[in-house]
Design a binder for this molecule. Structure first.
Ligand code: FMN
Length: 180
């Protein structure tokens, strides 16, 4: 296999669900936003509006409304009753678009996740918070993030200094084939 720094960061990135308290520096958050900005988009439409939320008050408020909607112990990726949607990361980057542009949003999310890894930061891509924005309780938070009402949530990425090193989750190699 070919080895270089980019490939190594892609292969060793893991979803991180435990973070240190330290907030990201301005340089770190600006770099992540720049990497999101340079993600490719279909027909270069650049449909996404992106917000880096560094306010614990906003993240906690969103989490309260989110849990009111989904229930405090709804089964999900994590134990929601003990873990907030943002996995206690100090910052979350939210991606919205005027119509559903899931692929564009996903590519942006991965750019952020790999860039974070290359900077020694942890990340976790988060879709579960979509439930908040499907509900009218989400409107207040879109307003707080200066997102127009007709925009819909695509994806978010929690970022911060990781405080765990999870084992890699097995990949299903049989699903990958070369056809010659
Ligand atoms: C589109 C998408 C949505 C995800 N949403 C969540 C989420 O809401 N909560 C969460 O804890 N992890 C979420 N994850 C992280 C996945 O659970 C994780 O990527 C997967 O288990 C593989 O683990 P790894 O990232 O460590 O390789 C999401 C990942 C993707 C790609």
């Amino acid at each position: 296999m070919i080895k270089n720094e980019t490939i190594s960061n892609i292969l060793t990135r893991r979803s991180i669900r435990k973070y240190k308290d330290r907030q990201l520096t301005e340089d770190e958050i600006n770099t992540l936003l720049e990497c999101a900005m340079w993600a490719p988009s279909a027909r270069n439409m650049q449909p996404c509006h992106v917000r880096a939320v560094m306010s614990k008050e906003i993240l906690e408020g969103m989490n309260r409304d989110f849990k009111d909607i989904v229930g405090w112990d709804a089964p999900a990726y994590t134990n929601w009753s003990s873990q907030p949607f943002y996995q206690n990361a100090p910052s979350v980057i939210f991606v919205f678009a005027q119509e559903y542009k899931g692929v564009d949003g996903g590519i942006m999310a991965e750019n952020i996740a790999v860039a974070a890894k290359s900077m020694g930061l942890g990340s976790c891509i988060i879709a579960s918070i979509a439930e908040l924005f499907k509900n009218e309780k989400g409107d207040k938070w879109k307003k707080a993030m200066d997102i127009p009402e007709n925009y819909q949530f695509l994806i978010s990425v929690a970022v911060g200094e990781g405080d765990e090193e999870p084992e890699p989750k097995e990949r299903n190699k049989a699903q990958f084939k070369i056809i010659k």
